[in-house]
Ligand binder design. Structure first.
Ligand SMILES: Nc1nc2c(ncn2[C@@H]2O[C@H](COP(=O)(O)OP(=O)(O)OP(=O)(O)O)[C@@H](O)[C@H]2O)c(=O)[nH]1
Ligand SMILES: [Mg+2]
Length: 696
């Protein structure tokens, strides 16, 4: 493969809402450019990009895949990203290294919450956007309607460079605004086309659009603006020169129409990307930190290499692949690089460019390019590899905090070590999920971006590490507390054989505000109890509070006063007062109107307006309390407080209530007293659990 200059490279992330056709669009681009002979399909699981088992089974993308092709002498590095919010880390990594975002919107599904999310991320990364409206072969596809919706969301400056001439089944013609032509695509899914000048009503339409386009381009540059006013227009050469800058500045966001499934509209999209799309040269300098934490600039033209690892992936029979983008210098087989984040040296092994699972080995890659390398020793997603002469750490992607949880149950004994090392390896690959052995719940808790994400992690564990694991509902961290005051006098006495034990503890308790924990104090007066036993009583109280009294959950939010008691000159000792303190506390607690508290999560739900009724109804059946409602673009944002217990697998419910158009995020908010009937259930379960663990 030949070497490409940075100006001849087009790195972009194909992103958007789930199932908008990103993978098919990528497939169509590859077919159009001759990188593959024939398009695969999602249904048959034969696309280049979705080559993993879990993608083919579910017919969705789970990992971002790297593909490349050549078009008009330019090398396109295409990162096809999953649309499900569960796998947002993949899209974030790709947008981090892309020079622009190709945002795909389904012509009939319209702008989704996933579209909004990637738009926002692309803006944060400071890269321009191009929009593809796909599936114009669909019966109900309506260009004016979808354009209006997109403009409502993303502004009036979304501008169509192509317009469908015959949308609906049989769609094969587009009006091409830069060329003033009607382009007719072949029906063999090869992406070939013929062109003819627009005539009649289409001529009028294209003339008007062309004029608007020239105005937009003129706006991007003062000298073009002057020429525009002098001559009342721009020459072909002038506006073509200005279009690149106009896209960079996002004076307008170009929009294209396609049918990815039939490879319609793709060739002209590739043309525009090749001629006017962003290249690494458009973002010549990026910021990084040197080892002293000082900000430095890395320029594309610096000879010393600096690479950002945006993704790592372990592949069966192949080992770990690290995907990188080169921000300066070049790499080749055998180059020694410094991993600034791990403070270790790595020797670059075989370098590859990829088309999904097909890897083509190359001797090296230059500045601006994207590739992958196998078997680095200790390099993870987000690390910077660089010349030891100029150590730098490039800005990392900030991933959203994982807030969807499940417990991991081992179905086979003796696999604990394998599970633990598998989880550690998977976490390095995908930092957007976390795991922890939770001492309180006595479960291994996985936290991820969504339920699909959790399922995929469990799948990977099973397949790659050959362990028998299942996901289960995580236990809920209920708390126990009191609503009234309570008192007890507990005598502990054991005087049969050997050394005796004697202690008497008089104690009272009262409630404290929420989230204030447990306070222990003594107010002993006189000499009934030696003060050396105060810590013993406190220990006993804490043990009882940790164990839980009503249903086995931690006791919180109360004040304990150890105010008197009795002792015996010989038999009183630490252990006797611990035991007396333990039982005195339990008795006080039961006398003080005990109750259970349950964790409440604050939940943000984004849905299209037409789903409001269903989602609100479902929320109230989950004991949700609405905290507020807001419009975000045309989406409804609902903020609610919902008990954690009611939220297990909520995203699947939301997906089915909204036909895949809604998403939610959740976070612990506070504890609240439980309704009586619910409390009763938990207490009964707690008792059963207690009995079972005693029998085991
Ligand atoms: N009719 C029609 N169907 C399409 C078109 N493009 C994609 N599809 C179908 O839409 C479904 C989703 O396509 P994908 O390419 O997997 O969509 P995606 O955006 O990559 O999906 P995720 O990566 O899972 O978010 C598949 O069944 C495709 O065959 C199109 O242009 N026309
Ligand atoms: Mg896909």
């Amino acid at each position: 493969m030949k070497e490409y200059k940075p100006a001849d490279i087009r790195n972009f992330a194909v992103v958007g809402h789930a199932s908008s056709g990103k993978t098919m669009l990528t497939e169509a681009m590859l077919a159009c450019a001759g990188a593959i002979n024939r398009m695969g399909s999602i249904a048959a699981g034969t696309t280049v990009s979705d080559y993993h088992d879990n993608e083919q089974q579910r017919q969705i993308s789970v990992s971002a895949s790297l593909m490349h092709l050549e078009w008009l002498g330019k090398k396109f590095n295409i990162l096809d990203c999953p649309g499900y919010a569960d796998f947002i880390s993949e899209g974030l990594g790709a947008l981090r290294v892309g020079d622009f975002a190709l945002i795909v919107i389904h012509a009939t599904h319209g702008v989704g919450v996933g579209t909004d999310a990637v738009w926002k991320y692309a803006t944060e990364f400071g890269i321009p956007k191009m929009i593809v409206v796909n599936a114009f072969d669909k019966e109900e596809a309506d260009f004016d309607k979808i354009l209006a919706q997109i403009r409502e969301h993303f502004g009036e400056r979304v501008f169509p460079l192509t317009v469908p001439v015959n949308p609906g089944p049989g769609f094969n013609q587009v009006l091409d605004v830069p060329r003033d032509e009607i382009i007719t695509y072949s029906s063999d899914k090869g992406g070939k086309f013929t062109e003819a000048p627009a005539s009649g009503e289409w001529k009028e339409k294209v003339d008007a659009l062309h004029k608007q386009l020239i105005e937009l381009v003129a706006e991007s540059d003062d000298s073009l603006m002057e020429k525009f006013f002098e001559k009342g227009g721009l020459s072909e050469e002038e506006w073509r020169m200005g279009i690149h800058a106009a896209i960079q500045k996002q004076v307008f966001t170009p929009l294209f129409v396609t049918s990815a499934e039939n490879d319609i509209g793709i060739a002209r999209l590739l043309d525009i990307i090749a001629k006017y799309g962003s290249s690494p040269v458009d973002r010549q300098k990026i910021a990084g930190l040197n080892p002293d934490g000082k900000e430095i600039e890395i320029a594309l033209t610096d000879p010393e290499p600096a690479l950002y690892v945006f993704k790592t992936m372990s592949e069966a029979q192949f080992g770990e692949l690290s995907f990188f983008r080169i921000y300066s210098g070049s790499v080749k087989f055998g180059t020694e690089l410094y991993n600034t984040d791990r403070r270790s040296t790595e020797k670059i092994g075989q370098i590859y460019v990829l088309n999904g699972k097909t890897r083509i080995s190359v001797p090296g890659l230059g500045a601006g390019d994207i590739g992958a390398v196998v078997k680095l020793k200790d390099t993870h997603t987000g690390n910077t590899l660089c010349s030891p002469k100029r150590p730098v750490s490039l800005a990392k992607v900030k991933y959203p905090h994982p807030n969807i949880h499940a417990a991991l149950k081992s179905a086979a004994k003796g696999e604990e070590d394998k599970v633990a090392s598998g989880l550690a390896a998977l976490h390095h690959e995908d930092p957007t999920f976390l795991y922890a052995v939770d001492g309180e719940l006595k479960q291994t808790i996985l936290s991820a971006q969504g339920e699909l994400h959790l399922e995929v992690i469990a799948d990977r564990l099973r397949k790659r590490y050959n362990v028998h694991v299942d996901l289960a509902e995580p236990r809920v961290r209920y708390r126990e507390t009191i609503k009234g005051r309570g008192e007890a006098k507990h005598r502990h006495k054991k005087q049969t054989g050997g050394a005796g034990q004697f202690a008497e503890v008089w104690m009272r308790i009262e409630p404290k505000p929420r989230d204030s924990g447990l306070d222990f104090k003594e107010s002993l007066s006189g000499q009934n109890v030696d003060r050396v036993f105060v810590p013993s009583v406190e220990k006993g109280v804490h043990r009882a509070a940790e164990e839980g009294i009503l249903a086995g959950y931690r006791v919180v939010d109360l004040k304990v006063d150890f105010y008197d008691g009795k002792m015996h000159p010989v038999d009183s000792k630490d252990i006797a007062f611990q035991i007396a303190g333990y039982f005195a506390f339990k008795e006080c607690f039961m006398a003080a109107k005990p109750c259970l508290l349950e964790p409440i999560h604050s939940v943000d739900i984004r849905i299209p307006e037409d789903c409001m009724g269903k989602v609100m109804g479902d929320l109230s059946s989950r004991r949700g309390k609405i905290q507020g409602m807001d419009m975000e673009g045309s989406f409804q944002l609902i903020k609610a407080h919902v008990p954690a217990k009611e939220l297990y697998r909520y995203s699947s419910t939301l997906r089915s209530l909204t036909g895949g158009r809604g998403v939610h995020g959740e976070e612990f908010s506070h504890y609240e007293e439980m309704p009586r009937d619910q409390e009763h259930k938990v207490i009964e379960e707690g008792k059963k659990h207690h009995q079972k663990s005693h029998e085991d």
